[in-house]
Design a protein around this ligand. Sequence first.
Ligand SMILES: NC(=O)c1ccc[n+]([C@@H]2O[C@H](COP(=O)([O-])OP(=O)(O)OC[C@H]3O[C@@H](n4cnc5c(N)ncnc54)[C@H](O)[C@@H]3O)[C@@H](O)[C@H]2O)c1
Ligand SMILES: O=C(O)C[C@H](O)C(=O)O
Length: 407
Amino acid sequence: MNVWGASDVDAAAARGATLRVGPRDVVTPLARERARELGVTIADADGIDRPASSPATPVPDLADRGTVHTMRPPSPALFRRGAPLPGGLAPDRSGGTERVVVVGAGHVGMIAAMRLADADVFDEVVLVDIDEGRAAGIALDLQHTAALSDFATRVRGVGTVEEAGPADYVVITAGRPRQPGMTRADLVSTNAAIVGDLARRVAATSPRAVVVVVTNPLDEMTQHAWTSSGFPSSRVLGMAGVLDTARFQALVALEDGAGRARSVDAIALGSHGEEMVIPLSRATAGGRPLPQVVPPVRLNAVVDRARGSGGEVVGLLKTGSAFLAPGMSAARMVLAMVRESDEVMSAAVLADGSYGIRDVYLGLPVRLGRQGLREIVTIPLAPEELAALREAGDRIRERLGAMPRAS
Ligand SMILES: NC(=O)c1ccc[n+]([C@@H]2O[C@H](COP(=O)([O-])OP(=O)(O)OC[C@H]3O[C@@H](n4cnc5c(N)ncnc54)[C@H](O)[C@@H]3O)[C@@H](O)[C@H]2O)c1
Ligand SMILES: O=C(O)C[C@H](O)C(=O)O
């Protein structure tokens, strides 16, 4: 599915051409408006004019396999900054512009910021780092790519969240990454102090923001950010499941006959680490049950490799941890919210009793909206998968109980 925006209409107008779109493509209302203004015809690949309003697109739903749910076309205003927002969707913008703040201009932060700027949906992307020069330098370097990536978003780099100003979304990547020989848990006291302080300051500066935590150990840091911020849990989310899912898809795709990574339909739940749960009973490749595509013994090896992928990269890099896939995954979550994509993805959220788990942050299937968590989706799991998910919740709760209090 492609999304055609006003800039595509502009390009078609410049060529004096019809804009040809696929049957499942979404044409934003803004693009239709621009097409009317410029007299550009929007037609299916076979030349038939598309109706003025495109119907909602049915897509397969991982949460309810065998049936379809309706994916709303993304909100048009979000594809062009400054366009009016439809009623009911408008976030509170006491500060004026639509702004995403990425705290930590290190490896993960810079990739997340790049993807967010490239998306061209925000007025401003602001990088914050205690090393202010680094934040400013990365921001300027990124701003220099505006023509290369064709975005109009402004990029700033500053030393504090207060200087960044009120934000709609805040991505927290600040903190130490692990080195070879360390576990994520070894980072807990250093990073809890950083994340706790930042969460309190973000809450004061951006009281309506949605916070996406990336700093490790992920599940514990997300819960810590939630309690420190005083925000409703729907506005504090953790990023790990998108990354772990992507890793699994990529590794399955390396197996003979499995096809492209995108054709692997799976989801990684539980903790970001040892208690990661990838429900194979739900997984498919090219629409076929995964165990019929990849021999079970290979499949188990792939699950293990996905679970250990973070450590595998740390061992190879020797200085720090993975950042390309993590940065892209964090940006993906923010863009899913801004665009109201309605897709089911894995995020660390506060369990609400779904799956028999309550009051602890862990990776669950969710739908996100502009204001953060919209719903936790219940996927039917095999009994052993459900047990493993509950076990993950218990282990995270134990680690939270052992966390130093003064952060
Ligand atoms: N959740 C995940 O899936 C995932 C994936 C990759 C990395 N991580 C974690 O993300 C974190 C960042 O990783 P990285 O590779 O970008 O590390 P990095 O060292 O490259 O960057 C961290 C940045 O945070 C900054 N920083 C530290 N304290 C700060 C503060 N109080 N305010 C503002 N900035 C501050 C540092 O100056 C540094 O530039 C680590 O904890 C890492 O383990 C998580
Ligand atoms: O493994 C790490 O320490 C970083 C991150 O959690 C990852 O999975 O890449």
